[in-house]
Design a protein around this ligand. Structure first.
Ligand SMILES: [Zn+2]
Ligand SMILES: [Zn+2]
Length: 160
């Protein structure tokens, strides 16, 4: 293995997500494998200088940067490489999503369960559209008239 300048790199050494397999055919290059399984060769000094810490596939930037984007309750936190994004629901639940899956759900499964008011809202809407007076609906649901108005005024969830 090349040794100058810097130091000798041993097979099996790790640099970020990269594991060194051994010398490569090309001069000053080392055979490496990324944690994603992609094999490639890189100049040994790129490893020592931390210029290569993952393979080209993992470091490839997506066409669109979703970081910071809001999809319902999801916030895209970080790009993980290979079209994978770390997303966090407002409740704190984290999920890794593929680019194509971003925005496919408005929240994590736990948050996707309708709240009591959301269930009520559906009932109220259905009742009102059926011609039942709001006061009667309130009585049936055992809530105040005012509460019914509040629920109707919503939105209870912000899906932007
Ligand atoms: Zn990789
Ligand atoms: Zn959640």
């Amino acid at each position: 293995m090349p040794r100058k300048p810097g130091r000798k790199i041993e097979s099996g050494e790790r640099f970020g997500r990269v594991t060194v397999l051994g010398p490569a055919a090309r001069k000053y290059h080392l055979q490496c494998v990324c944690d994603c399984g992609h094999r490639f060769s890189t100049r040994w000094y790129n490893l020592l200088r931390s210029m290569t810490t993952q393979c080209i596939i993992c470091s490839r930037k997506p066409k669109k940067d979703f970081v910071g984007g809001r999809f319902g309750k999801w916030t895209v936190v970080k790009y993980l490489g290979q079209s994978r994004w770390k997303c966090r629901c407002d409740c704190g639940t984290e999920r890794v999503k593929k680019t194509c899956k971003i925005g496919d759900s408005k929240s994590c499964l736990r948050c996707a369960k309708p709240t009591v008011d959301e269930v009520r809202l559906n009932v109220i809407r259905a009742a009102i559209s059926a011609g039942i007076p709001q006061t009667n609906v309130a009585r049936v649901l055992k809530i105040s008239d005012q509460r019914v108005s509040q629920i109707l005024a919503g939105p209870l969830r912000v899906f932007n």
